[in-house]
Design a protein around this ligand. Structure first.
Ligand SMILES: NC(=O)c1ccc[n+]([C@@H]2O[C@H](COP(=O)([O-])OP(=O)(O)OC[C@H]3O[C@@H](n4cnc5c(N)ncnc54)[C@H](OP(=O)(O)O)[C@@H]3O)[C@@H](O)[C@H]2O)c1
Length: 270
């Protein structure tokens, strides 16, 4: 897949980009400044310099998938980057008909009002992006990560956040979850929480229930048949003679031989 990564030179992005390349993907690395362009090229990615607050939709054109792993550095930018920037990229993914858009969100984005600022503002921006994405028809996956840590990855997660484990996950494992998500059809249109756990990442993600199928609409032939009026009783002839199945019906029989005028139209011409 050709995969756009927004936030490619962030702390998660720096783990994610080489992992995507190693998994056989072609990576377009969206970065705000040209500072890490050389390092990204050395990793095998194609850097694209663009600011998520500005014109950035073009970066999605030609991609198969996009991953939003960017994040505001300042509290005042949460709305513009984590909220508006993610929504803008998601809308572009919808317009360019990508096969997957993956949003890095955070546990707690469902109820930001339960937290205090600045976490509340961060979660509110994530919630905005989630809601916008859920309205779009692009096959999306929302990954609500626990707090991202620098710990080495364990390769094991859980998608059940029940308070029995600390709601954290290493960036190594978060990156592996992102890569795995791209190839999992059952994660389209799904919101999944991910923290450190004891199931292999592939197994934990495979166990996520796929989205329910959309309701069957009565359309096409079915609809036409359903609206067919019942037979008109005045058009039925109960006393019509039954067909004799032993007789081959031949209609009016073969055509009578026709005499064709065969006179020479130019008798004097040799
Ligand atoms: N940190 C956590 O505990 C946590 C928890 C749950 C979810 N998440 C989400 O996981 C993702 C990765 O988190 P992280 O902590 O690894 O991120 P990070 O290190 O803070 O990196 C964020 C990246 O976003 C880029 N960015 C910021 N503003 C930008 C703009 N206007 N245009 C383009 N790029 C811009 C930054 O580039 P510059 O360096 O050039 O500004 C940086 O590369 C984020 O979406 C984050 O919200 C994080």
């Amino acid at each position: 897949m050709i995969v756009l990564v927004a936030g490619a030179d962030g702390r998660l992005g720096r783990v994610l980009v080489p992992l995507l390349v190693a998994s056989g993907h072609v990576v377009r690395a969206l970065v705000r400044t040209g500072e890490h362009v050389g390092a990204l090229e050395a990793q095998g990615a194609t850097p694209l310099v663009a600011d998520l607050r500005g014109d950035v939709e073009w970066a999605v054109d030609g991609c198969d998938a996009a991953i939003f792993a960017a994040g505001a550095r300042r509290r005042t930018d949460f709305g513009a980057i984590d909220g508006g920037g993610a929504a803008k990229l998601a809308e572009a993914a919808h317009r360019f008909e990508l096969r997957r858009f993956v949003l890095c969100s955070a546990i707690g984005a469902g109820e930001p009002e339960r937290r205090r600022a600045p976490l509340r503002d961060f979660l509110a921006a994530k919630q905005f992006a989630e809601r916008r994405l859920q309205q779009l028809n692009v096959p999306w996956t929302i990954l609500r990560f626990g707090g991202l840590t620098r710990a080495p990855g364990t390769g094991r997660i859980t998608t059940t956040v029940d308070g029995r484990r600390p709601p954290t996950i290493s960036r190594d494992d978060a990156a592996a979850v992102l890569v795995e998500t791209l190839s999992r059809p059952n994660l389209a249109h799904r919101l999944v929480e991910a923290i450190e756990g004891d199931r292999r990442i592939a197994d934990a993600l495979a166990a996520v229930e796929p989205a329910p199928l959309p309701p069957v609409r009565n359309s096409g032939l079915g609809a036409a048949q359903a609206t067919n009026p019942p037979p008109d009783p005045t058009m039925l002839f109960p006393d019509a003679a039954p067909l004799d199945t032993d007789v081959d019906y031949q209609g009016d029989g073969p055509l009578a031989p026709e005499v064709i005028d065969n006179d020479d139209p130019s008798p004097r011409v040799p």
